[in-house]
Design a protein around this ligand. Structure first.
Ligand code: ATP
Ligand code: MG
Length: 310
C-alpha cells in the first residue's frame, strides 16, 4: 500500500476569473471545491489511477470532518490524527486571459506536542502496512523543522521507501536522512541551493550533488518544460506533449503520484519518468486540483519524450 502524509490538509477552492484585477469585485459562478494539501492531492491522483491508498496527517474542526468524508467518498482509507485546531482553506484564482494563477494559502492550525506525539505513533503503526510513504507539503506551526527528516529515518528503519516533496528548511533537513526521492520544483531547488539557477547545466549539477548526498532520485519539475530526473548514474529530461493548461496547481503532486506508482510496479526508471510527467500534464488539463483523467494519462504517457542528458 502507498501511504500519503499531509500534515496541513486544506479545502481547496479554485475560481476561474478571467481578466482578474486587484481592487475589483467579482461574482463567481465557476467554483471548483476539492480537498487538498499536497499529500492529499497525491492520494487522489494515485487512487484515480487505481491504487489502494491510505492518507494520514492532521485534521481538525469542521473543515477536517469535511476533508475526511470527501476522502472516504473517493475510496481512500484515512488514519488522520484529530487536532483541536481547524484545518485550513487554500484559494486559487485562475485567469485564462492573462494566464495567471493567484493563490491565497492559509498557514493553518497550530499542532500541540501531544498531538504530534499521537501522530508519530500512528505513523509508525501505518508503516507496517505501507510499501511507500509520500510526505508532501507545508508543515503546520508547532511541528519541528526536522519532522520530515525524522519521518524518513523511521520509514527507512521499517524498510519503507520514503518520498519527500517539501521546501525550505524542511527539505534541507529531510535530505540529511537520505530519502529515496525528492521533487522540488525549480523555485524550491533555487531556495535550497541559495543562488539563481541560470541554465540546465546548473540544475543538473545541483541535482547530482544532492544525489551524492544519498538521495536516490532527485526530480526537478520545470512546469511546462517537463522535468529533470537525476540519479547517481544517469540524468534524464522528460516532457509530455505541449498542452494549453487549465490549472497547473497540483501537477507536481500528480507527477509524484505517477512516478511512485510506476516504480512500485517495477516499471524501469525511464518508463516511470514518462508516467510521472504524463500524470503532471494530465492534472494541468483539469480544473480540479489532484484530478487526472486516466485515459488521458495513458495517451500522454505514450506520447511523452525522454532525453538522456548524462
Ligand atoms: N503548463 C504545463 N504544461 C504541460 N505540463 C505541465 C505544465 N505545468 C506542469 N506540467 C507538468 O506537471 C509537472 C509538475 O509541474 P510543476 O513543475 O508545475 O510542479 P509544482 O510546481 O511542484 O506543482 P505543485 O506543487 O502545485 O503540485 C511538470 O514536470 C510537467 O510534467
Ligand atoms: Mg510542488
Amino acid at each position: 500500500m502507498i501511504t500519503t502524509v499531509t500534515l496541513n490538509p486544506a479545502i481547496d477552492r479554485s475560481y476561474i476569473i478571467n481578466d482578474f484585477q486587484v481592487d475589483n469585485r467579482y461574482r463567481i459562478d465557476d467554483v471548483t471545491v476539492t480537498v487538498g494539501g499536497k499529500g492529499i492531492n497525491v492520494a487522489k491522483t494515485a487512487s484515480i489511477l487505481g491504487r489502494r491508498i491510505n492518507a494520514t496527517g492532521f485534521l481538525g474542526g469542521l473543515s477536517g470532518e469535511y476533508i475526511k468524508s470527501e476522502l472516504v467518498k473517493l475510496g481512500i482509507s484515512t488514519s488522520f490524527v484529530n487536532i483541536a485546531g481547524e484545518s485550513r482553506h487554500f484559494t486559487a484564482i485562475i485567469d485564462t486571459i492573462n494566464n495567471t494563477e493567484t493563490t491565497v494559502n492559509e498557514t493553518g492550525p497550530f499542532v500541540t506536542k501531544a498531538e504530534l506525539t499521537r501522530f508519530i505513533k500512528e505513523y509508525i503503526r501505518i508503516l507496517k502496512y505501507s510499501k511507500i510513504i509520500i510526505a508532501s507539503g507545508s508543515v503546520p506551526r508547532g511541528v519541528p523543522k526536522t519532522i520530515y527528516r525524522d519521518m524518513v529515518k523511521i520509514a527507512k528503519d521499517n524498510n519503507v521507501v520514503p518520498i519527500i516533496d517539501a521546501s525550505g528548511k524542511y527539505l534541507e533537513e529531510a535530505i540529511k536522512a537520505k530519502p529515496y526521492m525528492i521533487k522540488p520544483n525549480i523555485h524550491e531547488l533555487r531556495d535550497l541551493v541559495g543562488y539563481d539557477l541560470k541554465n540546465e547545466f546548473e540544475i543538473v549539477h545541483e541535482s547530482r550533488y544532492i544525489c551524492k548526498q544519498g538521495v536516490d532520485i532527485v526530480v526537478i519539475s520545470l512546469g511546462s518544460e517537463g522535468a529533470i530526473f537525476a540519479t547517481k548514474e544517469r540524468v534524464f529530461k522528460a516532457k509530455a506533449p505541449s498542452i494549453k493548461p487549465v490549472n497547473t496547481v497540483g501537477s507536481g503532486d500528480a507527477l509524484v503520484a505517477g512516478f511512485a506508482i510506476a516504480m512500485s510496479e517495477n516499471y524501469g526508471l525511464e518508463e516511470a519518468i514518462k508516467y510521472g510527467v504524463a500524470c503532471g500534464t494530465a492534472n494541468a488539463l483539469e480544473k480540479e486540483i489532484g484530478y487526472v483523467d486516466k485515459d488521458r494519462v495513458n495517451s500522454l504517457y505514450r506520447k511523452s519524450k525522454i532525453l538522456r542528458l548524462e
